[in-house]
Every structure is written in C-alpha cells, then in structure tokens.
Design a protein around this ligand. Structure first.
Ligand SMILES: Nc1ncnc2c1ncn2[C@@H]1O[C@H](COP(=O)(O)OP(=O)(O)OP(=O)(O)O)[C@@H](O)[C@H]1O
Ligand SMILES: [Zn+2]
Ligand SMILES: [Zn+2]
Length: 742
C-alpha cells in the first residue's frame, strides 16, 4: 500500500505529491488527512507530511520508494472533506497544496489545550471523618484543612483549593499516598461563550420571514438544500430567520456555521445566538488566543457544539455533519482572504456545502453583485424581506450638494442642513450618528502653493497627520515629525486639509458644547474591550452623538437613533477600484439603515461633492435594484466580475529593474497561452501603491468570461515561472476576482 503525501514545506518547487510506502504495522491506522513523519531530501531528514490519498500500486520503482516512519506525534487528522476542500481551493485560487491545507486546518500541533487537575475524594464520608479525627489528634492542620474541604465537596480544583487553603503540593501528595484522594488531569475545552441567564423573547414571525423559513426547511428536509440569498432591508429580521433555520438543522442532528464580519461580531450578536442555543454555541474570532481557537475546533470535532459563529476562518470548523452555512453581510469585502490562497468565503462555503450536502444562506440588505446575479441566473434562490419587522418606515434620505455649500460661503465640513438637524435632535433628546469614510485625524498633507504631497519613503503612499504633530504611514507605520515648510518650494502653506474622525469630533464639541460625544475608529478601539464599551455606552444613551468610521454602520440596533449624517459620502468613490461604486452604495444604505429602527421615524443626510452619481442617487432612494441594473451595465461593458472574471497577477521584488523585466516576459508568455480564446491581458501596471516595505510591485490583469480559462492560464504561468531562473527573486501571487486594487 502506498500513500500520496504533501510535504510540509512552503515552496512552489515542492508543491507536488510524493509517494511513500505504508509500513505494515501502520496499515489501517492511517487515513486521508493523517499527518506522518517521512524521510525527505538530502540525508533523509525527517519531515512532516499530510496524506491526501492512497494507491495499491506505485507509479515508481517500488524498490526506490521510501517508507513512512510513523505518525506525527500529537497530531490531529484533518477531516477528509476538508482535504477535498483544500484541493479545490488550490485549483481555484492558486498557491500550494500545503498553503491550502494550512488554511482549512490552521491549528498548529503545539497548541495544546489547557490541562486542569482535579482532586477527588476516594474514601467514604465515614472513613473520611475517621481520618480527619486522626489528623486533628496529631495536630496535622494542613492535612485536616484539605480533608475538611473534601468532605464538603467530593471534587475540587487542584490549583484553586491549594491557593484558597494555603497548602503545598506535598500535602496533597501525602493524602494521595494514603489513598484518601486521587489527582486526575483533565483536558478542558475552554469555552469563550458564557451562557446567559436571559431567556429568549417570544416572537411571531412576519409573513415574509415565515415564507423564507418554509422554503429553506422544505428543501432541507427533502435532502437537497441549495444556496439562498436572503435579501432583506436593514432591520427586517434576517438574524431571526437564520436562527430559525439553524434550529431546524440542529434538530435533525446536524450543525451550522454562521459567518459574520469580524467588525460586526459583537457581544450583542453572539448573545442572541446563546439565548437560543445555550452552551451549544461557540465563537471563533481573532481576539481568541491560539489555544482557545484550538479548543473551539476540538469541541466542534468532538460533537460538543452545534453552532460556530465567527469570521471568515470559522468556515473551516470541523463539524461531523454540517447542515448549514450562513454568511451574514455577504457583500462585505472582508470575506475575501488577502493571504494565499486568496479565497472568497462565499464561493468556498458553497463548495464545502456541495461536498457535505449542506445548504448555504447568504444574507444582506445590499447584496453583492455576484449574489444577486447568481439569483438572476437561477443558481441561487432569492428569499426576500421587503419590510422592517415592526413596519417602521425606512429613513428619509436627503442628499446635500457640498459644492453649493462652498458657494454659499460655508467652508465647514457640516452642511447647514445637517447642523440644523443635529440641533433639533439634541433638543428632542434623540441620538445622532455621524459617519465618516476615513480613518485618523486627517488625510494627506499637501502644499497649497505648489501641490507637493508628503509621502512615505518606503511605501509610495501619502503620510497622514496625527495628533501630537507626527506624520504617519498607514501601510508600514513609518513616522516622522510634522514639517512646517514645503520641502519642494519652501512655502509655509503646508498642512492637512481632509477631515478625519478626530477633526469631526473637535468640530462637533465646539459647535454643540452641551452634547455628549463618543468617537469610534481604529484609534479609539485598540484595547480589547473598548469597542464593546463604546457601543454599549451609546446603546445605554450615555452619549448623544456617535462619530465613527465604517465600523459604526455595521449591524447595530440603536432604537433611539433618529438621525444619521454621512460626511463626504463620495470619498470611497475616488478609489481607483472597479468596486468603488458598489462599496459606496452599500455603505450609504447601511448607514441610512441605522436610523429609525425603534418607534421613532428616522432620517439620513448624505453630504456629497458628486451628488448626481448613480450610487448616491440610488442609495438615497434605497433602491438596490436600480443600482444593480446600472452597475451591471458598467461591469458588462468593462468585462468586470460578475459579468466576466478577472485574475490579478501580483509581482513583487526588491529589485526594480528585474521586476520590470520579469513583468514584461510574463506578459509576453501570457499572451501566447490561449490565442484562440480571446484572453485579454492588461498591464503590467504599477499598482496605486507602487512600493510597500521597500518591495516594488507590478500587476498584470487577465480577463475572461470562463473562469477555467483563467485557472488554466494560472497553471501555465506557474510552470513557466518555476522553470525560469530569472523569476527566482520575484514573488508572484494570483488573485481571482480581486476585491481590492493593488
Ligand atoms: N417577527 C419579529 N417580531 C418581533 N421582533 C422581531 C421579529 N423579527 C426580528 N425581530 C427583532 O427586530 C430586531 C431586528 O431584527 P434582526 O436583527 O434580526 O434584523 P436584521 O435584518 O438582521 O437587521 P440588520 O441587518 O439591519 O442588522 C431585533 O431586535 C429582532 O429581535
Ligand atoms: Zn510647495
Ligand atoms: Zn510606509
């Protein structure tokens, strides 16, 4: 018997299957996904490898095939289904098989769970009392204290009781030798979710909710759930629908994964699930330690939980009988991985569900073009929630032309209209959210006399002005003190002109000194808990105005918010990215959706320098379908996803001349791959950011309607790079249907 093995080394040249003989004594104990020790390379150094298949016959001379040395110690087998998923990911997104395996099974073997020691009384109560009397007679106080505690509780936590009673380990050992107690070591699967006392409130589903639930349940019970898009306006009760679907999945003995963008993975959201599923729910997020993540994986594998909630990587939770994957806010760009393999969680979830016979529910108020187009093509089933649960009206939206404000002589970042409405809300003691599409105190620094922009010497991006008089690079962290004269022309008129959240806060405090203001952005939420603290104090109405970046528009329910202001709505339109309009539309709708979720009607004010743009117009009317129609025309015309597929080939090197040469030859090669199929090649271009951490970057884009033509091109390019010495000092990555520009 022979095993097909992937060696645990990330190196493109070793990205192939190696055959090893399975020794007789190991036959039957190894399976696909097992990790083993094998001799490899010069001097037969022992390496770890993963088994991805078996064969009866070898394709090489059996005499030359080496033998597996043994199982890798303390290793846990990767589920066979996840090995299959990894193979699909490698094929679909590029990268090596070992990178794909490590993506679906991110647990490193040294991440052992915490161990807990427990002391148990082994004698009866009566015997115990006799021993106690003996210790007291002999004046052995420490022994007596421990035994007294054990007579009250048959089981005690070792560390805790020693600390509490001020005992040493030798006391425990003495009683252990007398066979009064035993010390057992147990593995504790740490649970980050603490089940709450609050019980779940009873709700009567709306007609639309019932219909969505019914359709899913029927398909699921028939054994062929597919992919659904739950397209529901903000506040329409999508989360309740997911929970009901999950309940039916769990009742039939299967498990569910709920993906939520990290930013929206709040205590509020998690508790809603805990109220329904108790301690059968777990979460996975980046704030958990490696050990805690391991524990959650093991709890899932051991069948101790039914529901896993988490960001993108929770998709790989090793459930035994997966029944449903929910992707909330499916349009979010964070569902695309920025590490090789650059997978998209939506596509990967659909593939995992296909392998395991599970269903996928995508939910959004502003679906991605991919999801809505998928429904139009009949690949996904559309489930609609058109009404908010309590029939609250959607916020009334007004668009303010900021160019006209300037003409009127208003140079402030607040339009007159928004200022008046804020005043009004403060009087009525209702809450306001102000949303700014940017991070930090200010944007770039430029010279008003000559136009010079201060840039990072390593990254080719502009430096940002931070409080305390420093200029900071947001890509690499480079800092220097603020300059006061222009290095190019010597003019003193150099400074920061774009507004940031901190500047908005300063302005609001000045204009509305009586208002209590909170600010939430990356700078104020660094600490572990501060994000929750800010949100809950705003929810408890301890502040009147919340100012923030995109993180405040995500999925929070603040019933007393009746006004949402969007400052500089179009900033995200100027990013050179084919998804800029889609992102702008989604952000504006989500922002407007924060207003009027309680009993009071809501209003939103969108300030823009480009108010005619269709994404802003459609967002003002909250008209997704109008936006979709307009945007699809653009994507079709330009051959962008989802109308066609796009593959970015990102090349980086420290050596600029070598990179330019490599990019030239790679393009030449790409042009010869499929001359018949109309493969379009764009570039090589210098990305918007031409240099990061002293690495130069170039990018090629390949476009085609058929995804398979692109994966074929990727395979050929990989082969070309591998045999070509010239590419040794150039790093190359592939990105399919990228969600960002390089
Ligand atoms: N049928 C219902 N009856 C009463 N309350 C409901 C019903 N469905 C949902 N709710 C409540 O309405 C609020 C909004 O619902 P939910 O959070 O599920 O909506 P959503 O569509 O996920 O919201 P969003 O995407 O805007 O964050 C929640 O407090 C939820 O408990
Ligand atoms: Zn200047
Ligand atoms: Zn930098």
């Amino acid at each position: 018997m022979y095993a097909e093995i992937i060696i645990d080394i990330t190196h493109e040249k070793l990205d192939r299957i190696f055959e090893y003989k399975v020794p007789e004594e190991l036959e039957g104990t190894l399976a696909v996904g097992s990790s083993v020790l094998v001799p490899f390379g010069n001097g037969d150094k022992v390496r770890t490898g993963f088994i991805i298949g078996f064969s009866e016959k070898s394709s090489f001379d059996p005499a030359k095939i080496k033998e597996i040395r043994g199982k890798a110690p303390k290793s846990i087998r990767i589920e066979e289904n996840l090995v299959a998923l990894a193979a699909w990911m490698k094929e679909h997104y590029g990268g090596t098989m070992i990178q794909a395996l490590k993506t679906v099974w991110p647990v490193k073997k040294q991440e052992r769970p915490k161990e807990k020691r427990i002391i148990r009384r082994t004698v009866t109560e009566e015997e115990g009392r006799e021993w106690l009397a003996l210790f007291q007679r002999k004046n052995q106080k420490a022994r007596a204290r421990l035994l007294e505690a054990l007579l009250e509780n048959e089981e005690l936590d070792y560390g805790w009781i020693l600390r509490k009673l001020g005992l040493t380990a030798s006391v425990v050992r003495a009683l252990e030798e007398m066979q009064i107690l035993t010390v057992d070591t147990e593995t504790v699967w740490r649970n980050p979710v603490k089940a709450s006392e609050e019980s779940q409130k009873q709700i009567e589903y709306t007609t639309e909710q019932k219909e969505a639930i019914r359709i899913f349940k029927e398909d699921f019970q028939r054994g062929n759930p597919g992919t659904y898009l739950l397209y529901g306006v903000t506040g329409s009760g999508k989360t309740e629908v997911y929970m009901e679907m999950i309940r039916s999945v769990v009742q039939s003995g299967r498990q569910a994964i709920v993906l939520i963008p990290e930013i929206a993975l709040t205590y509020q959201t998690v508790m809603r699930f805990v109220r329904v599923f108790g301690n059968r729910v777990s979460i996975m997020n980046s704030r958990l330690s490696a050990g805690e993540r391991y524990d959650q994986m093991m709890r899932a594998k051991n069948g101790e939980i039914d529901v896993m909630i988490g960001p993108r990587s929770a998709l790989f939770t090793p459930f035994e009988h997966l029944g449903l994957i929910v992707i909330d806010e499916e349009h979010e760009t964070t569902y695309k991985s920025e590490q090789v393999p650059r997978y998209h969680a939506r596509e990967t979830a659909i593939e995992r569900a296909r392998i395991e016979g599970a269903g996928v529910v995508l939910g959004s108020a502003t679906p991605s073009l991919e999801a809505f187009e998928g429904c139009r093509r009949g690949q996904y089933r559309l489930l609609r929630l058109t009404q908010r649960v309590k029939k609250q009206k959607m916020a009334e939206v007004s668009v303010i032309d900021m160019r006209k404000e300037l003409q009127k002589g208003n140079r402030s970042i607040l339009s007159d209209c928004l200022r008046e409405k804020i005043e009004d809300r403060l009087k009525r003691r209702e809450q306001v959210m102000l949303f700014l599409n940017r991070r930090g105190f200010a944007g770039f620094l430029s010279c008003r006399s000559c136009g010079y922009v201060v840039k990072c010497p390593h990254c080719d991006v502009s430096l940002s002005w931070h409080r305390g008089g420093r200029m900071v690079c947001h890509y690499c962290g480079y800092e220097e003190p603020m300059i006061h004269t222009c290095p190019s022309c010597g003019s003193p008129h150099i400074g920061a002109f774009k507004a940031g959240t901190q500047q908005v806060e300063d302005l609001i405090r000045k204009e509305f000194p009586e208002a209590k203001v909170l600010r939430m952005d990356l700078d104020t939420t660094r600490g572990k808990e501060s994000y929750e603290t800010i949100l809950s104090s705003f929810a408890d109405q301890e502040a009147d105005i919340l100012i923030g970046t995109q993180m405040i528009v995500k999925g929070h329910d603040f019933p007393n918010v009746t006004l949402v202001g969007v400052l500089a709505a179009d900033l995200s339109l100027y990013i050179s990215d084919y998804r800029a309009a889609e992102r702008t539309f989604a952000l504006l709708c989500q922002a407007a959706g924060r207003a009027g979720r309680g009993d009071l009607p809501g209003e939103a004010v969108i300030q823009s320098y480009n108010p005619e743009h269709y994404s802003i117009q459609a967002a003002a009317r909250q008209d997704y379908e109008a936006f979709f129609a307009e945007e699809m025309k653009f994507r079709t015309l330009m051959g962008y996803p989802p109308a066609a597929h796009l593959m970015a080939v990102l090349m980086t090197s420290e050596d600029e001349a070598l990179l330019n040469k490599g990019a030239y030859y790679l393009k030449l090669f790409a042009g010869r791959i499929r001359t018949d199929a109309g493969l379009e090649i764009i570039g090589p271009a210098s990305p918007a950011i031409g240099k990061v951490k002293d690495q130069y970057r170039k990018v090629l884009y390949l476009k085609h309607e058929d995804y398979r033509v692109l994966t074929e091109a990727k395979d050929k390019m990989e082969q070309y790079i591998e045999i070509n010495e010239g590419f040794q000092n150039i790093r190359i990555q592939f990105d399919f249907d990228p969600v960002q520009t390089f």
